[in-house]
Design a protein around this ligand. Structure first.
Ligand code: SAM
Length: 503
């Protein structure tokens, strides 16, 4: 088989980062091609991919989505009328054309390939070879993780000579005094799958994710909830249960995503107004796992103390239990009220604002919110009758008179420590540098991996949409403007829908 190197194609273009124009290169990275063989009729088996000698250790510096292109695959996009009509397909090392994730999964399984399905993507917008490059940085660091991440995380400052403050880079969370995370096998449920957990209906772990949805009665139970070929397209508010050390499946099964090493090339960079931020150096497909938010886990009391002493900008609450319970309460209250009203009307903007106030979750107190509070879920259409003043009143009376606060699930864990909090101020990973945006390109998902104790989910970031190389990665902090009296924080996210204030 012939090896050839394609030349680097330079598509130099200026990119706007917060009102400053940086000279930035989007390069078409070189592709060492092992061209697929010409197709001859055959039944696929291991020899179809064996000759391409895929070795994960050789992929450290290759963009995740470009890996197959270095080991015998080709990726083609046909020109349709507009991007929507174009079709992307892969040519396998043995010359077959594959157009869907399902068929690619089947191919990888049949040929016993060591490649994983998340190295493939069929979206025509995504360019696996796009690579972002800053031409003339003033300061540059090779790897802020100092070798702890699978891929180095570079750091550039194109604004001034400053370097980021030194922190202890860690890749797994650390329970601090007073916090006990029980990760013993006896406390985990696992599966017996031998099919890479492809059949969700037979995998006990997938079923935990799917059944968990019934914790919110109004939530439409999606039998396909959770990952789809290792991508997550929609937040599962009731949490995802990944396969774990007690499962019989392989460590690369389809239900193990956030427990894998970070697999995308990220860069820490100095922004003009938000301190440091993170960008991706290659195109990222929608639904891709980026990394977790990692730091020290503190009790509520310790977090409050440390927040007061050293600042609270890196504190993120593990409030999964409270938010799910809030959604459930809201549903039950709505259901009660809906019985009183026969004819729902369309809700006005004014009353929607009132509703938003009524249903606002526990004040964020300026801490980052790690659990998605799905307003649509809570504000289901039974709220429409709040249109009349009478009912606003009724709602409040109902809340006071009829609603007996039930004990939270947290109570049954016997923990008097309140909501635990991640503090990434002095120890943390790249997740601590993600800035806030009013139109973020990342969303957060709570995932249970090493423990199924609901107090300790892994706070994981996934891409909300396709993200082109060079884009800053951001999420929504869920701060509430006015939640800290006297504290005002201007938002510089620069999005068209920016609310101008964070706090
Ligand atoms: C979790 S840290 C993010 C990383 C931070 N930029 C750094 O340099 O380490 C949160 C802090 O970043 C800044 N920040 C994040 N998003 C921002 C935004 N949209 N506008 C203004 N400041 C922002 C604020 O100072 C906030 O307290």
């Amino acid at each position: 088989m012939k090896r050839k190197d394609t030349p680097i194609e330079d598509i130099t273009q200026p990119i706007k980062v917060e009102n400053i124009i940086l000279q930035i290169d989007i390069l078409q990275s070189s592709k060492t091609i092992l061209n697929p063989k010409t197709y001859i009729i055959h039944k696929c088996n291991h020899s179809c991919v064996e000759w391409a000698e895929y070795d994960q250790n050789k992929t450290k510096k290759i963009n995740m989505l470009a890996i197959p292109l270095h080991f015998g695959f080709n990726r083609h996009t046909t020109n349709g009328y507009g991007i929507k009509n174009s079709i992307t397909y892969y040519e396998t090392p043995c010359g077959i054309s594959i157009k869907t994730m399902k068929n690619m999964m089947h191919y990888l399984t049949t040929t016993r390939s060591k490649m994983t399905i998340d190295q493939f993507d069929f979206n025509s917008c995504v360019n696996p070879l796009a690579q972002f490059n800053v031409s003339r940085p003033i300061k540059f660091l090779d790897d802020i993780s100092e070798g702890l991440e699978f891929r180095p995380i570079t750091c550039v400052n194109s604004i001034n000579k400053e370097l980021p403050q030194k922190i202890k880079y860690i890749v797994s969370r650390q329970a601090v005094t007073g916090v006990n995370i029980n990760v013993e096998s006896n406390f985990l449920c696992g599966c017996d799958c031998t099919d890479n957990c492809e059949d969700k209906s037979k995998c006990a772990c997938w079923q935990s994710t799917i059944n968990g949805q019934s914790n919110i009665p109004d939530l439409e139970k999606n039998p396909n909830a959770g990952y789809n070929y290792r991508r997550l397209y929609k937040n599962v508010p009731t949490g995802i249960y990944e396969c774990n050390k007690t499962c019989k499946c392989h460590s690369s099964c389809l239900n193990r995503v956030v427990q894998q090493p970070m697999s995308h090339n990220l860069q820490l960079f100095k922004t003009e107004k938000k301190g440091w931020g993170v960008r991706c150096l290659n195109d990222i497909a929608r639904g891709t796992f980026i990394c977790c938010y990692i730091g020290d886990i503190l009790t509520e009391t310790n977090a409050t103390e440390q927040g007061k002493k050293y600042g609270d900008e890196y504190l993120a609450d593990l409030d999964f239990i409270e938010v799910v319970e809030k959604c459930k309460e809201d549903y039950e209250e709505n259901a009660f009220l809906s019985q009183q009203i026969k004819k729902p009307r369309k809700i006005s903007k004014k009353n929607m604002n009132l509703l938003n106030k009524l249903t606002t979750q526990k004040s964020s107190q300026g801490r980052i919110q790690t659990t998605c509070y799905d307003k649509n879920l809570a504000l289901n259409n039974t709220f429409q009758f709040l249109e009349s003043r009478n009912l606003k009143h009724k709602y409040l009376t109902f809340s006071k008179r009829y609603y007996e606060p039930q004990k939270s699930v947290r109570y049954y864990y016997g923990s008097g420590d309140g909501v635990y909090t991640i503090n990434a101020k002095t120890s943390g990973n790249i997740g601590r540098y993600f800035n806030h945006s009013c139109t973020p390109n990342l969303f957060v998902q709570n995932v249970f991996v090493d423990t199924q104790d609901l107090r300790f989910p892994w706070v994981s970031f996934f891409s909300e949409r396709y993200i082109p190389a060079g884009t800053e990665l951001t999420w929504n902090y869920g701060y509430e403007v006015g939640s800290i009296p006297g504290k005002v924080m201007t938002c510089y996210c620069d999005s068209d829908k920016c609310k101008r204030r964070l706090l």
